[in-house]
Structure formats: structure tokens, C-alpha cells
Design a protein around this ligand. Structure first.
Ligand SMILES: [Zn+2]
Length: 488
């Protein structure tokens, strides 16, 4: 009879015994005999090929069986066989585990990952499984930081499609092997581990970045945002990193800008060539009596920075024309249209189509307002709805256009909500939907808008026809012109 010493992790499989006696002529027979007697033991010790698993070492007396005849090592009476699984042991066993993982997990070098990330077309998702304090010291640009301990719980939300190519990395390539193995078990089919980890990337001299964090003051200011999972610290950082182009510091632009500034949108670029007039104060809430006669962009900037000095407000005291629209739109993440005339609306639409930027559109007239989002590539553009402006003689004069002062407040804030949703990537933007508000009836209506496949501007595969500076004239949205511009 030989004696097999059972390590603690396996004792539950043999009824708690720390030693088991077996009649066997060699080590293999001893394991076979044990496996016959105790269910679940065999797969812990032997692979499907009948060979000893890489993470288990066996000793006969003081000798590793690899130094003798392996599983055929003969056993004499009272010989002691010790089972030493990798995880129970020290460094050599961890090495064995890693060696075993390397047979199952594909490894790629930092150079290969660098190349994969640079090439055009679909790129793998790079997941950084280091701990937050390590990530803070620097990370690979574009990597998604999910600590090893949370990987299995967060991966499904981060990478829903299990066919997505994934490269996992840690500090030196060990944890990422474990992580990649775990992802493979969860069904991810194209997973690799970056050998050498972040250290190898750094040593190769590739670009690194430090993740942005909110300052303590920002944490206090935006505390009510941080408490919402859909915003959180990452969402607030997105808002702070975003640039919104506001066209018009009037009835729609004022309330929208006020709340975007409060929400911490990091850079507001406001275009308006007008000066503050007494009649503006009925609705244009950024302006004050003592600033009558001053440029609206200066007045707006002063008020917004008084509310939130944490952001940047750029005033552009110009009328929007074909000369400046493209540059302004290209530099923005989202455009908020708070303009009051056709030439501006069309210029803005066309530039948004050219640069594929979402344009949040609002308009008001007397007691009615509309909001929609024109997002090139995802839904209709303004020209899909109205291919060209009406001739000047069919548009009402400026003097006729009137508006209930609080109405642009409602519509401007609905626009601001859409802007924030787009920046955060949350919810369903008003793409392909026109939301109308009738203040007198207190009624919201949603109308479906369709993309025109033959639209001269956003139609698939069409060359950009160029900007048009339409003749300046006053206009307002009559009952039959749902998305047309109006008084501000
Ligand atoms: Zn279109």
C-alpha cells in the first residue's frame, strides 16, 4: 500500500481525509484508483489526454516525479505520494499556472498592439485590468480601464458582442493572462493578452496618457450629477470635455446656455452679432438692464462665467456666413440652433451635414414651439424637411413675429437636454422626431420626420454642393411650417 497525501483544496473531494491509502504499482495506478473512488478528483489531476495537468506537481517521497519516471514512477510499500497543486504552492507553481495559461491564451506583443490600434478599420477593444491607482499613473490612450476584480461583472456591458476582438493588458502580462482566460470562458472568441503589459508599452516609447479625474471642487459642484449612474464621474468628464456651438444668444440660446453652463459643459462657443436691446429682456434671461447696448455675446459670457467660472465661454460677435460657419461647426461636438432666420438655419444645417455633427434645432412662434435633432447619417437633415427657404415675399415681417416670453425658455431647455444626452451618449435623441409644444393647450405632440434619400445635401454618396448665403429677410414659423424659424 502506498500513501497519497491530499492537499487542503482537494480534501473535500475525498471526504476530508488528508491521507488515503491505495494499492498501486506506480503513480498513474494510484491516481486512477483514487479517481475511481472519488468523483471529481480525476479532472483536477489529469487532463483529457491522461497526462498530469500543468498546474499540479506530484512527488514520491522528496522527488518530483518529473525527475524520475513521471506517472510511471514505481511505488514501493509505504511510499508517500504528495499532490501539490499550483495555487497552494509558491512561485514555481504560479509559473506552472502561467505556462498552462499560455497554452490556452494567445499573446501579442506591445508592438503588435500598437500596430493594431493604428491601422484603419475596426480595431480591437483594449482593456486595462490594472487597479485604479496604477491606471492613474498613466495608461494607453483609448484603453478601457476595468480592474481585474470587476472584469467578469462589467465586461458584458462594456463589450456586448462576444465576437469583438479584445486585447487585455495589465502591468507586466500576468494578470492579463488570467483575465483573458476568464473572458474566453465567458464566451469571448477573439481575446489576446498583451505580453509585457503596460511596462513593455512604456519601454517601447509609445504614447501614454493620464486619465482625467474631477478635482475636489468639481466633485462638490457636480455632486448631483455624480449620483446618477448615467452621468457619474466619466459622464461629467465628458461634459467638461465637450464643445457646444450655440448659434444665437437670444430667446432660445440664453436659457440653453445658462443650463449647459450650470451642467458643466466645458466650452461654450456663442455666435451672435447683435447687441442687447430693451425688448430682449422679456425672454433673453442672460442679459440685464445695465448691459443694454452691449454685445450680446459679451453680456452672455459675463453671466455664464458668474454662474460657472469652471468652464470656458467664447463669444464670437459675428453673423454666421458661409465664410465662418464651417470652421465653427467643425470645432464643435454638438450644435445648438437658436437662430431666428432662414439664412442661418440653412448654413448651419449644411455645415452640420458636411462635418456630420448633430444639430439640435428649436424654434418658437407666439404660443408654439418645436424641437428636433438633425443628426447627419442617423436621421433627416433640415433640408430633407424643407429643401429650400421660402421666397422673402412669403415670409411674415419681423414686426409681426411675437412670442410668449417664457416659451423660448421651455424650448431652449428642451434643446439643452438633447445636447446633454448627445454628449453623454444616453437615451434616445430626438432624431427623426419633431416634438411640438402648444403652450395654450398645454400639449406636447410628437411627429415623425423622414430622411429624404434624394436630399441634395445629406443623400447617400452625394458630393457636398457648397454653402449658400441666402438673402437676409425676416421670417417666422406659420402654422403650416412646423420647423421653420421664428422670433427669438
Ligand atoms: Zn437631408
Amino acid at each position: 500500500m502506498a500513501i497519497v497525501r491530499i492537499p487542503t483544496p482537494l480534501r473535500s473531494l475525498v471526504g476530508g481525509a488528508d491521507e488515503v491509502e491505495v494499492a498501486a504499482a506506480n503513480v498513474r495506478e494510484a491516481l486512477e484508483e483514487l479517481s475511481r473512488r472519488h468523483e471529481g478528483l480525476r479532472e483536477r489531476l489529469l487532463g483529457p489526454d491522461g497526462e498530469l495537468r500543468h498546474f499540479v506537481n506530484l512527488y514520491v517521497g522528496a522527488d518530483d516525479i518529473r525527475d524520475r519516471d513521471g506517472l510511471e514512477t514505481p511505488l514501493a510499500e509505504r511510499d508517500v505520494v504528495s499532490i501539490v497543486p499550483a495555487i497552494a504552492g509558491g512561485l514555481p507553481d504560479v509559473r506552472a499556472l502561467m505556462a498552462e495559461l499560455r497554452q490556452r491564451v494567445r499573446e501579442v506583443s506591445a508592438e503588435q498592439v500598437h500596430e493594431l490600434l493604428r491601422r484603419p478599420g475596426p480595431r480591437p477593444v483594449l482593456i486595462d485590468v490594472r487597479e485604479p491607482d496604477e491606471v492613474e499613473q498613466g495608461m494607453i490612450p483609448g484603453a478601457l480601464a476595468i480592474p481585474r476584480g470587476l472584469l467578469e461583472f462589467r465586461i458584458e456591458q462594456a463589450v456586448p458582442d462576444r465576437a469583438t476582438p479584445i486585447v487585455v493588458h495589465c502591468a507586466s502580462g500576468g494578470r492579463s493572462l488570467l483575465a483573458a482566460d476568464s473572458l474566453q470562458r465567458l464566451g469571448y472568441r477573439d481575446v489576446a493578452s498583451m505580453a509585457g503589459g503596460y511596462r513593455a508599452w512604456e519601454q517601447a516609447g509609445y504614447e501614454t496618457t493620464r486619465p482625467l479625474r474631477l478635482s475636489p471642487a468639481q466633485r462638490r459642484r457636480y455632486l448631483r450629477h455624480l449620483a446618477i449612474p448615467e452621468v457619474g464621474e466619466q459622464g461629467q468628464l465628458r461634459l467638461l470635455g465637450a464643445t457646444v456651438l450655440l448659434v444665437g444668444a437670444g430667446g432660445l440660446g440664453c436659457p440653453a446656455a445658462y443650463f449647459l453652463a450650470a451642467a458643466g459643459v466645458g466650452r461654450l462657443v456663442i455666435v451672435d452679432d447683435d447687441v442687447v436691446d430693451e425688448t430682449n429682456l422679456q425672454r433673453q434671461i442672460l442679459h440685464t438692464v445695465d448691459r443694454i447696448g452691449q454685445p450680446k455675446v459679451d453680456s452672455a459670457r459675463r453671466q455664464l462665467l458668474a454662474l460657472n467660472p469652471d468652464i470656458e465661454v467664447v463669444g464670437v460677435q459675428q453673423r454666421l456666413t458661409s465664410a465662418n460657419v464651417s470652421e465653427l461647426v467643425a470645432a464643435a461636438d454638438v450644435v445648438l440652433d437658436g437662430s431666428d432666420n432662414f439664412p442661418t438655419r440653412y448654413l448651419l444645417n449644411d455645415a452640420c451635414v458636411l462635418h456630420r455633427k448633430p444639430c439640435v434645432h428649436g424654434s418658437v412662434f407666439r404660443f408654439e414651439g418645436q424641437v428636433t435633432v438633425f443628426w447627419p447619417g442617423r436621421g433627416p437633415c433640415y433640408r430633407c424637411l424643407y429643401p429650400a427657404p421660402p421666397p422673402p415675399e412669403l415670409a411674415p415681417s419681423c414686426a409681426e413675429a411675437g412670442v410668449l416670453g417664457v416659451l423660448p425658455g421651455v424650448i431652449g431647455l428642451l434643446e439643452a437636454v438633447e445636447v446633454i444626452k448627445i454628449i453623454l451618449g444616453q437615451g434616445e435623441p430626438l432624431v427623426g422626431r419633431l416634438l411640438t409644444y402648444d403652450a395654450l393647450r398645454a400639449r406636447f405632440t410628437e411627429l415623425r420626420t423622414r430622411r429624404d434619400p434624394d436630399c441634395a445635401y445629406c443623400g447617400e454618396g452625394r458630393p457636398f454642393p457648397g454653402f449658400i448665403d441666402y438673402e437676409q429677410f425676416c421670417a417666422s414659423a406659420g402654422a403650416g411650417q412646423p420647423a421653420a424659424p421664428a422670433a427669438r
